[in-house]
Design a protein around this ligand. Structure first.
Ligand code: 4AD
Ligand code: MG
Length: 432
């Protein structure tokens, strides 16, 4: 029996005869030789069929193979130094498994809307393959990092009656005749978890009814939200930069082939593993922007041109510290000596990718937090359980949220977040 392998394992089988289940992505013939571009989900490589070296029936079959025909291929693995992958298969036999006719995504260029309409098929192409490989590595690395640091994964509910990140971007649902929302953040529940288990994290989808069409916003995205009891902001910032550097390092270590397919230079990524990351206060950032011609005043939030300008001053991600209280969420810890800013930080990614992390130390004082809830016009009754956390052994604690697709876009150097998630949800798109 010939051993059945995946393409990715071809390097371990040089000069051996193997069987591979694969799809055809493209085909080229010249005289007595045909080149089949193959994929099996683990990698892409080339199969070579030589007339005279396979039986006539097999050679004739090659003519009829169409893009995305699936087949069982038997052949011998050889090195192929000219390809990204480095190996090819010299085919002895082909057995067609499923025919394919008129596959809509051809090797020519297609517009982005066409590709998104065919996302279920587009996923088979090289670029989505490379991005999903990197996404998958970052998911694995996230679990490894937090488990190695003694965290417990605590899954927050996705149906909630709270609006921790503001009331304007909520997806409303009818919950047995009561108002409920799809969760924008698991944070408040993670805070309960931190008081129960010390260090916890969540990793799941969150929902925001973003009515703006930008390259940085999805309506459904995946967030990683660690929350740590007895952590002050400083300890949280150190954890954040270690986590980001670890994510980048894991991609460098394990996604060489995917980075090549995306034409992403590993030397650039290596810079981002250098710690510590620089820090700038919101106050200083405003001054820097004003000096450089931005029409912005203290108290304004940054848009993407401002974030890009700030991050361009540094060669790695940069923390912007202590934003005005008025533009941040209600739960952030007030500054000890100033009442206009809070103890928080956003981490801005280089190369114009903007905010990838938002985090803060949390307010611990019962009365302060209660007043904040009222000042933000939130319904006190909905937050009573959250206030309880400040009633029974309240401790300093900090946490943050990383937007997975933002981080992927940055690491893969994508133009738009929609390519960082298998099936993007945006203002005008929920199919497929
Ligand atoms: O800054 P945000 O709103 O922070 C929170 O939700 C906190 N509760 C997190 C915490 O402290 N536990 O969102 C966190 C991150 C942002 O930095 C960004 O990377 C990403 O989530 N993000 C989005 N990603 C894609 N599409 C959107 N519409 C996003 N909005 C935020
Ligand atoms: Mg934010």
């Amino acid at each position: 029996m010939v051993e059945k392998i995946s393409i990715i394992d071809a390097p371990k089988h040089v000069d051996q005869e193997v069987q591979i289940g694969a799809w055809l992505t493209d085909k080229r013939s010249s005289g007595k030789i045909s080149f089949l571009q193959l994929r099996d989900g683990t990698a892409f490589f080339q199969g070579v069929v030589v007339k005279g070296e396979v039986d006539d029936e097999t050679y004739a079959l090659v003519k009829d193979l169409r893009q995305e025909t699936s087949m069982n291929i038997t052949g011998v693995i050889h090195e192929d130094k000219r390809s990204h992958f480095g190996y090819e298969i010299e085919i002895n036999n082909i057995e067609v498994v499923g025919e394919s006719h008129d596959f809509p995504i051809t090797p020519k260029e297609h517009g982005i809307e066409f590709l998104l309409d065919h996302r279920h098929l587009w996923l088979r192409s090289r670029r989505p393959y490379a991005i999903m490989e990197i996404r998958n590595e970052m998911i694995k690395a996230t679990y490894d990092f937090f488990y190695n640091h003694g965290f417990l994964k605590l899954d927050p509910p996705l149906i909630t009656d709270s609006a921790a990140e503001g009331t304007t971007e909520l997806f409303h649902i009818d919950y047995f005749n009561k108002d409920a929302y799809l969760s924008q953040t698991g944070q408040l529940y993670e805070e309960a978890g931190a008081m129960a288990f010390g260090k916890v994290f969540s990793f799941g989808p969150v929902f925001r009814a973003e009515k703006s069409k930008t390259r940085r916003h999805l309506t459904e995205f995946w967030m990683i939200e660690p929350e740590m009891a007895f952590y002050h902001q400083e300890e949280s910032l150190q954890l954040q930069e270690q986590y980001i550097a670890y994510l980048v390092q894991r991609v460098l270590d394990n996604c060489d082939y995917a980075l090549k397919l995306l034409d992403r230079d590993p030397e650039i990524l290596k810079r981002y593993t250098q710690l510590p990351y620089p820090r700038v206060t919101y106050d200083d950032a405003i001054e820097m922007l004003q000096k450089n011609g931005f029409d912005i005043k203290w108290g304004d939030d940054f848009g993407s041109p401002e974030e890009t300008f700030i991050s361009n001053q540094y060669d790695r991600p940069v923390f912007v510290l202590n934003y005005p209280k008025a533009i941040k969420a209600f739960y952030m810890k007030p500054h000890p000596t100033r009442d206009d800013v809070v103890i928080c930080a956003d981490l801005l990614a280089p190369e114009g990718y903007g905010e990838i992390i938002g985090g803060s130390e949390r307010a611990t004082d019962y009365d302060y937090l209660k007043q904040q809830i009222l000042d933000h016009h939130l319904n006190l009754e909905d937050y009573q359980w959250y206030l309880d956390l400040r009633k029974y052994g309240s401790v300093p604690h900090s946490g943050f949220g990383l937007g997975l697709e933002r981080a992927i876009s940055w690491i893969c150097h994508l133009d738009h977040l929609r390519e960082a998630i298998p099936f993007p949800r945006m203002l005008n798109r929920m199919r497929p």
